[in-house]
Design a binder for this molecule. Structure first.
Ligand code: BDR
Ligand code: CA
Length: 316
Protein backbone atom coordinates (compact mmCIF):
# COMPACT_ATOMS: atom_id res chain seq x y z
CA UNK A 1 0.00 0.00 0.00
CA UNK A 2 1.02 3.59 -0.45
CA UNK A 3 3.06 5.21 2.27
CA UNK A 4 0.43 6.81 4.52
CA UNK A 5 2.66 9.84 4.94
CA UNK A 6 3.06 10.45 1.22
CA UNK A 7 0.60 12.97 -0.21
CA UNK A 8 -1.52 11.70 -3.10
CA UNK A 9 0.29 12.25 -6.35
CA UNK A 10 -1.68 14.21 -8.97
CA UNK A 11 -2.12 12.36 -12.28
CA UNK A 12 -3.72 12.75 -15.67
CA UNK A 13 -4.65 9.49 -17.41
CA UNK A 14 -4.52 9.54 -21.21
CA UNK A 15 -6.20 6.40 -22.54
CA UNK A 16 -8.01 4.50 -25.31
CA UNK A 17 -10.51 2.22 -23.48
CA UNK A 18 -10.23 -0.75 -24.13
CA UNK A 19 -10.77 -3.31 -21.40
CA UNK A 20 -7.46 -2.90 -19.61
CA UNK A 21 -7.66 0.90 -19.83
CA UNK A 22 -10.85 0.70 -17.75
CA UNK A 23 -8.95 -0.98 -14.92
CA UNK A 24 -6.24 1.66 -15.27
CA UNK A 25 -8.87 4.37 -14.80
CA UNK A 26 -10.37 2.61 -11.79
CA UNK A 27 -6.98 2.18 -10.16
CA UNK A 28 -6.12 5.84 -10.78
CA UNK A 29 -9.47 6.97 -9.36
CA UNK A 30 -9.42 4.79 -6.26
CA UNK A 31 -5.80 4.35 -5.17
CA UNK A 32 -5.16 6.48 -2.08
CA UNK A 33 -1.71 7.36 -3.39
CA UNK A 34 -3.14 9.09 -6.46
CA UNK A 35 -5.31 12.08 -7.19
CA UNK A 36 -6.94 11.71 -10.62
CA UNK A 37 -7.18 15.25 -12.01
CA UNK A 38 -8.30 14.61 -15.58
CA UNK A 39 -8.86 11.94 -18.21
CA UNK A 40 -8.07 12.40 -21.89
CA UNK A 41 -8.83 10.02 -24.72
CA UNK A 42 -7.18 9.08 -27.98
CA UNK A 43 -8.07 6.95 -30.99
CA UNK A 44 -6.37 3.60 -30.51
CA UNK A 45 -8.02 0.30 -29.64
CA UNK A 46 -11.12 1.63 -31.40
CA UNK A 47 -11.91 5.03 -32.97
CA UNK A 48 -11.99 8.12 -30.78
CA UNK A 49 -15.78 8.35 -30.46
CA UNK A 50 -15.81 4.91 -28.84
CA UNK A 51 -12.76 5.42 -26.60
CA UNK A 52 -14.20 8.70 -25.34
CA UNK A 53 -17.62 7.19 -24.69
CA UNK A 54 -15.96 4.23 -22.98
CA UNK A 55 -13.89 6.40 -20.65
CA UNK A 56 -17.10 8.14 -19.56
CA UNK A 57 -18.79 4.75 -19.10
CA UNK A 58 -15.89 3.46 -17.00
CA UNK A 59 -16.10 6.42 -14.62
CA UNK A 60 -19.90 6.29 -14.53
CA UNK A 61 -20.00 2.60 -13.61
CA UNK A 62 -17.51 3.17 -10.80
CA UNK A 63 -19.30 6.26 -9.47
CA UNK A 64 -16.36 8.55 -10.16
CA UNK A 65 -17.70 12.10 -10.52
CA UNK A 66 -16.00 15.45 -10.93
CA UNK A 67 -13.06 14.29 -13.04
CA UNK A 68 -13.15 16.05 -16.44
CA UNK A 69 -12.96 13.86 -19.56
CA UNK A 70 -11.86 15.38 -22.86
CA UNK A 71 -11.41 13.90 -26.32
CA UNK A 72 -8.08 14.20 -28.06
CA UNK A 73 -6.49 13.03 -31.27
CA UNK A 74 -8.57 10.84 -33.58
CA UNK A 75 -5.41 9.30 -34.99
CA UNK A 76 -1.62 9.30 -34.97
CA UNK A 77 0.43 12.38 -35.82
CA UNK A 78 1.82 10.99 -39.08
CA UNK A 79 -0.05 7.78 -39.91
CA UNK A 80 -3.47 6.28 -40.42
CA UNK A 81 -5.12 4.93 -37.26
CA UNK A 82 -4.91 1.16 -36.78
CA UNK A 83 -7.37 -0.33 -34.29
CA UNK A 84 -7.71 -3.57 -32.31
CA UNK A 85 -11.32 -4.70 -32.45
CA UNK A 86 -10.03 -8.28 -32.55
CA UNK A 87 -9.16 -7.95 -28.85
CA UNK A 88 -11.59 -5.32 -27.59
CA UNK A 89 -14.70 -5.83 -29.76
CA UNK A 90 -16.42 -3.43 -32.16
CA UNK A 91 -17.20 -0.82 -29.49
CA UNK A 92 -13.92 -1.28 -27.59
CA UNK A 93 -15.59 -2.73 -24.51
CA UNK A 94 -17.00 -6.04 -25.68
CA UNK A 95 -18.82 -8.08 -23.03
CA UNK A 96 -21.05 -6.01 -20.74
CA UNK A 97 -24.01 -3.93 -21.77
CA UNK A 98 -22.78 -0.35 -21.60
CA UNK A 99 -24.89 2.08 -19.56
CA UNK A 100 -25.49 5.59 -20.84
CA UNK A 101 -22.71 7.62 -19.20
CA UNK A 102 -23.67 10.33 -16.74
CA UNK A 103 -20.11 11.66 -16.66
CA UNK A 104 -20.17 14.58 -19.12
CA UNK A 105 -17.79 15.24 -21.98
CA UNK A 106 -15.65 18.30 -21.33
CA UNK A 107 -15.89 20.71 -24.30
CA UNK A 108 -12.14 21.33 -24.31
CA UNK A 109 -9.74 19.31 -26.43
CA UNK A 110 -7.46 16.87 -24.65
CA UNK A 111 -4.56 19.27 -25.20
CA UNK A 112 -6.48 22.17 -23.69
CA UNK A 113 -7.62 20.11 -20.72
CA UNK A 114 -4.11 18.82 -20.10
CA UNK A 115 -2.61 22.32 -20.35
CA UNK A 116 -5.26 23.86 -18.08
CA UNK A 117 -4.88 21.04 -15.56
CA UNK A 118 -1.11 21.32 -15.50
CA UNK A 119 -1.28 25.10 -15.08
CA UNK A 120 -3.79 24.91 -12.23
CA UNK A 121 -2.12 22.13 -10.26
CA UNK A 122 -0.29 22.97 -7.07
CA UNK A 123 2.65 20.77 -8.04
CA UNK A 124 4.01 19.10 -11.21
CA UNK A 125 1.66 16.42 -12.48
CA UNK A 126 2.39 12.88 -13.68
CA UNK A 127 0.86 11.81 -16.99
CA UNK A 128 0.04 8.11 -17.29
CA UNK A 129 -0.57 7.17 -20.91
CA UNK A 130 -2.16 3.82 -21.69
CA UNK A 131 -2.68 4.10 -25.42
CA UNK A 132 -0.86 5.49 -28.44
CA UNK A 133 0.91 8.52 -26.99
CA UNK A 134 -0.36 10.96 -29.62
CA UNK A 135 -2.05 13.42 -27.24
CA UNK A 136 1.09 13.91 -25.18
CA UNK A 137 3.16 14.51 -28.32
CA UNK A 138 0.60 17.07 -29.53
CA UNK A 139 0.64 18.79 -26.12
CA UNK A 140 4.44 19.07 -26.12
CA UNK A 141 4.43 20.30 -29.74
CA UNK A 142 1.64 22.86 -29.37
CA UNK A 143 2.05 23.91 -25.75
CA UNK A 144 5.79 23.70 -25.00
CA UNK A 145 5.26 25.74 -21.83
CA UNK A 146 3.40 22.73 -20.39
CA UNK A 147 6.55 20.61 -20.18
CA UNK A 148 7.82 22.27 -17.02
CA UNK A 149 4.59 21.35 -15.24
CA UNK A 150 4.92 17.62 -16.00
CA UNK A 151 6.64 15.65 -13.27
CA UNK A 152 7.05 12.52 -15.37
CA UNK A 153 5.37 10.47 -18.07
CA UNK A 154 4.68 6.78 -17.47
CA UNK A 155 3.48 4.91 -20.53
CA UNK A 156 2.16 1.39 -21.08
CA UNK A 157 3.60 0.26 -24.35
CA UNK A 158 6.59 -1.15 -26.11
CA UNK A 159 8.54 -4.21 -25.11
CA UNK A 160 12.10 -5.17 -24.36
CA UNK A 161 11.53 -8.29 -26.44
CA UNK A 162 8.72 -9.50 -28.65
CA UNK A 163 5.71 -7.53 -29.80
CA UNK A 164 2.01 -8.34 -29.94
CA UNK A 165 0.90 -6.77 -33.20
CA UNK A 166 3.98 -7.59 -35.24
CA UNK A 167 6.79 -9.89 -34.10
CA UNK A 168 8.69 -6.89 -32.66
CA UNK A 169 6.13 -4.13 -32.14
CA UNK A 170 3.68 -3.65 -29.32
CA UNK A 171 0.30 -2.12 -30.28
CA UNK A 172 0.56 1.33 -28.64
CA UNK A 173 4.06 1.88 -30.00
CA UNK A 174 3.16 0.55 -33.43
CA UNK A 175 0.10 2.80 -33.83
CA UNK A 176 2.03 6.04 -33.30
CA UNK A 177 5.80 5.56 -33.16
CA UNK A 178 6.47 9.17 -34.25
CA UNK A 179 4.59 10.41 -31.18
CA UNK A 180 6.56 8.06 -28.96
CA UNK A 181 9.88 9.22 -30.41
CA UNK A 182 8.93 12.86 -29.86
CA UNK A 183 7.84 12.30 -26.25
CA UNK A 184 10.99 10.37 -25.36
CA UNK A 185 13.12 13.07 -27.03
CA UNK A 186 11.44 15.79 -24.96
CA UNK A 187 13.70 15.03 -22.01
CA UNK A 188 10.78 14.81 -19.57
CA UNK A 189 11.39 11.84 -17.24
CA UNK A 190 9.88 8.88 -19.09
CA UNK A 191 9.11 5.33 -17.98
CA UNK A 192 8.12 2.58 -20.40
CA UNK A 193 6.02 -0.22 -18.93
CA UNK A 194 6.09 -2.78 -21.72
CA UNK A 195 4.85 -6.23 -22.58
CA UNK A 196 7.90 -7.83 -20.98
CA UNK A 197 6.34 -6.82 -17.65
CA UNK A 198 2.60 -6.62 -18.37
CA UNK A 199 2.61 -10.21 -19.60
CA UNK A 200 3.14 -11.20 -15.97
CA UNK A 201 -0.10 -9.41 -14.93
CA UNK A 202 -2.19 -12.39 -15.93
CA UNK A 203 -5.91 -12.54 -15.24
CA UNK A 204 -5.93 -16.09 -13.93
CA UNK A 205 -9.17 -17.80 -12.80
CA UNK A 206 -8.06 -17.11 -9.22
CA UNK A 207 -7.66 -13.40 -9.98
CA UNK A 208 -11.09 -13.28 -11.62
CA UNK A 209 -12.69 -14.99 -8.62
CA UNK A 210 -10.98 -12.60 -6.24
CA UNK A 211 -12.03 -9.47 -8.14
CA UNK A 212 -15.61 -10.78 -8.50
CA UNK A 213 -15.87 -11.34 -4.76
CA UNK A 214 -16.26 -7.60 -4.18
CA UNK A 215 -19.83 -8.03 -5.50
CA UNK A 216 -20.25 -4.36 -6.40
CA UNK A 217 -21.50 -2.82 -9.65
CA UNK A 218 -17.90 -2.11 -10.59
CA UNK A 219 -16.83 -5.68 -9.83
CA UNK A 220 -19.71 -7.14 -11.87
CA UNK A 221 -18.97 -4.89 -14.85
CA UNK A 222 -15.26 -5.64 -14.52
CA UNK A 223 -15.96 -9.37 -14.42
CA UNK A 224 -17.88 -9.15 -17.69
CA UNK A 225 -15.06 -7.18 -19.25
CA UNK A 226 -12.49 -9.75 -18.13
CA UNK A 227 -14.52 -12.67 -19.43
CA UNK A 228 -14.56 -11.13 -22.93
CA UNK A 229 -10.92 -9.97 -22.75
CA UNK A 230 -9.63 -13.37 -21.67
CA UNK A 231 -11.63 -15.05 -24.44
CA UNK A 232 -10.22 -12.82 -27.19
CA UNK A 233 -6.70 -13.09 -25.79
CA UNK A 234 -7.09 -16.85 -25.88
CA UNK A 235 -8.40 -16.80 -29.45
CA UNK A 236 -5.77 -14.37 -30.76
CA UNK A 237 -2.68 -15.13 -28.67
CA UNK A 238 -3.42 -18.43 -26.97
CA UNK A 239 -3.44 -16.53 -23.64
CA UNK A 240 -6.62 -17.51 -21.76
CA UNK A 241 -5.38 -15.52 -18.73
CA UNK A 242 -5.32 -12.26 -20.70
CA UNK A 243 -2.54 -9.89 -19.57
CA UNK A 244 -4.05 -6.75 -18.01
CA UNK A 245 -1.48 -4.34 -19.41
CA UNK A 246 -2.61 -0.79 -18.69
CA UNK A 247 -3.13 -0.68 -14.91
CA UNK A 248 0.47 -1.79 -14.46
CA UNK A 249 1.54 1.69 -15.59
CA UNK A 250 -0.80 3.28 -13.03
CA UNK A 251 0.48 0.96 -10.31
CA UNK A 252 4.03 1.99 -11.18
CA UNK A 253 3.08 5.56 -10.21
CA UNK A 254 0.89 4.74 -7.22
CA UNK A 255 3.43 2.35 -5.70
CA UNK A 256 6.69 3.00 -7.52
CA UNK A 257 8.51 -0.04 -6.16
CA UNK A 258 5.83 -2.43 -7.44
CA UNK A 259 7.86 -2.45 -10.65
CA UNK A 260 11.58 -2.90 -11.02
CA UNK A 261 13.06 -0.53 -13.58
CA UNK A 262 16.39 0.28 -15.16
CA UNK A 263 17.76 3.48 -16.61
CA UNK A 264 18.67 2.71 -20.20
CA UNK A 265 18.51 3.77 -23.84
CA UNK A 266 15.15 3.57 -25.58
CA UNK A 267 14.80 4.18 -29.32
CA UNK A 268 11.77 3.52 -31.48
CA UNK A 269 11.90 2.14 -34.98
CA UNK A 270 10.15 4.49 -37.39
CA UNK A 271 11.15 3.13 -40.77
CA UNK A 272 11.86 -0.59 -40.49
CA UNK A 273 10.28 -2.65 -43.27
CA UNK A 274 9.37 -5.38 -40.78
CA UNK A 275 9.99 -3.67 -37.46
CA UNK A 276 8.11 -0.35 -37.57
CA UNK A 277 7.06 0.57 -34.03
CA UNK A 278 9.57 -1.74 -32.35
CA UNK A 279 11.05 -0.32 -29.16
CA UNK A 280 14.80 -0.90 -29.16
CA UNK A 281 15.84 -1.06 -25.50
CA UNK A 282 19.60 -1.22 -25.06
CA UNK A 283 19.58 -3.16 -21.79
CA UNK A 284 23.24 -4.14 -22.16
CA UNK A 285 24.41 -0.68 -23.19
CA UNK A 286 26.01 -2.01 -26.35
CA UNK A 287 25.24 1.14 -28.35
CA UNK A 288 27.06 3.45 -25.95
CA UNK A 289 24.29 6.05 -26.25
CA UNK A 290 23.16 8.27 -23.43
CA UNK A 291 20.38 6.62 -21.37
CA UNK A 292 17.11 8.48 -22.00
CA UNK A 293 14.39 6.47 -20.22
CA UNK A 294 13.43 4.22 -17.37
CA UNK A 295 12.25 0.83 -18.55
CA UNK A 296 10.26 -1.54 -16.36
CA UNK A 297 11.83 -4.97 -16.03
CA UNK A 298 9.75 -6.71 -13.39
CA UNK A 299 6.46 -6.63 -11.45
CA UNK A 300 5.50 -7.67 -7.94
CA UNK A 301 2.48 -9.53 -9.28
CA UNK A 302 0.77 -10.30 -5.95
CA UNK A 303 1.06 -6.72 -4.78
CA UNK A 304 -0.25 -5.49 -8.12
CA UNK A 305 -3.41 -7.59 -7.81
CA UNK A 306 -3.78 -6.50 -4.18
CA UNK A 307 -3.93 -2.89 -5.35
CA UNK A 308 -6.44 -3.67 -8.12
CA UNK A 309 -8.68 -5.60 -5.73
CA UNK A 310 -8.50 -2.81 -3.14
CA UNK A 311 -9.38 -0.20 -5.77
CA UNK A 312 -12.40 -2.13 -7.01
CA UNK A 313 -13.59 -2.64 -3.44
CA UNK A 314 -13.40 1.12 -2.86
CA UNK A 315 -15.51 1.99 -5.90
CA UNK A 316 -19.28 1.81 -6.26
C1 BDR B 1 -1.93 -2.23 -25.26
O1 BDR B 1 -2.71 -2.23 -26.46
C2 BDR B 1 -4.07 -2.11 -26.16
O2 BDR B 1 -4.80 -3.06 -26.86
C3 BDR B 1 -4.22 -2.27 -24.68
O3 BDR B 1 -5.25 -1.42 -24.20
C4 BDR B 1 -2.88 -1.85 -24.14
O4 BDR B 1 -2.82 -0.46 -23.94
C5 BDR B 1 -1.27 -3.57 -25.10
O5 BDR B 1 -0.44 -3.82 -26.20
CA1 CA C 1 -4.80 0.92 -23.83
Amino acid sequence: MADAHRAARPVIVDCDPGHDDVFALWLAAAHPGLELLAVTTVGGNVPLAHTTHNARVALTVAGVAGVPVAAGAAGPIARELQTAEWIHGENGLGGPELPEPTVPLDPRSATELMADTLRAAAEPVTIVATGPITNVAVLLRDRPDAAARIREIVWMGGSTGRGNVTPYAEFNAWVDPEALAAVVASGIPFTMVGLNVTHTALVTPAVRARLASADTATAVFGGELLEFFCRTNDEVFGLPDGPLHDPVAVAAVAEPDVVARVRTRLDVELAGAETSGATCVDLDGVLGREPNAWVATGLDVDRFWDSIAAAIARLR
